[in-house]
Design a protein around this ligand. Structure first.
Ligand code: DC
Length: 229
């Protein structure tokens, strides 16, 4: 069967990853969460003292970026990918509020983006990949056969994130999360390098009022159409 590249972009916490992961698992494609890569670089900066408050030492990061290896392994039980930073599993640590509140700063740095985009393009060289992020359809795979741009209202997204954190037993404050979602939207859309925007040929999916099952069905349908095209 024809193998294609599937690019899923959209706002923070709009359920992109869940739908992208599930689709990849069902159709036997590789799934890459590009946000996890920016989060892993952020965690590296936190753990290695490259942050001074909200400022990052870019000169040092420029030196060290080539030593930051991000890979993914498949969890044998869930068959979902887990993020590794220089060989260590960081899947839980990259999802904390501490990382979430700093990742936009790292994702706005041009040489960080250049390094990660290069790695992402190498991962997708043979097609058969679903990648989600902010610039996948515009910058990483502009020729992807199927591009989706996902959106939902900030309130709906904050509510989902709040429940997720609560389920993990992390302390969560709805207002703080909502402020973080809005701040990240603003930074993601206004940064100079690869701002978040819908590619002209991306299909729009507003999932504010869809269940996970409904959006999965919608996505499966788009995939079927794309491989028949
Ligand atoms: O999808 P996420 O929330 O895990 O992404 C974390 C951050 O990384 C988010 O603030 C935007 C940034 N990001 C990006 O700039 N480009 C991507 N392709 C993926 C994520």
């Amino acid at each position: 069967m024809k193998k294609i590249t599937i690019a899923i972009d959209g706002f923070a916490s709009c359920g992109k990853s869940t739908m992208a992961k599930d689709l990849a698992r069902e159709i036997g494609y590789i799934y890459i969460d590009s946000g996890a890569m920016y989060r892993a670089v952020t965690l590296y900066c936190i753990e290695n003292g490259l942050f001074n408050g909200k400022e990052v030492n870019t000169a040092q990061l420029r030196e060290e970026i080539k030593n930051i290896q991000i890979t993914f392994t498949l969890d044998p039980e869930t068959r979902r990918p887990r993020t590794q930073l220089n060989g260590k599993d960081v899947e839980e640590r990259i999802r904390t509020m501490e990382v979430s509140s700093r990742v936009s700063i790292i994702a706005a740095i041009d040489f960080v983006r250049a390094a990660l985009v290069e790695q992402q393009q190498a991962m997708g060289a043979d097609k058969g990949i679903v990648m989600d992020g902010r610039d996948i359809g515009t910058t990483v795979f502009p020729n992807a056969e199927l591009k989706i741009f996902v959106t939902a209202s900030p309130e709906v997204r904050a509510e989902r994130r709040y429940k997720e954190l609560q389920e993990k037993g992390e302390t969560a404050d709805y207002e703080e999360i909502l402020a973080n979602v809005k701040e990240r939207d603003h930074i993601d859309q206004t940064r100079e390098v690869s701002p978040l925007r819908r590619a002209d040929d991306a299909l729009l999916l507003d999932n504010s009022h869809l269940t996970i099952d409904e959006q999965k069905q919608w996505l499966a349908e788009q995939y079927r159409k794309a491989i028949q095209a």
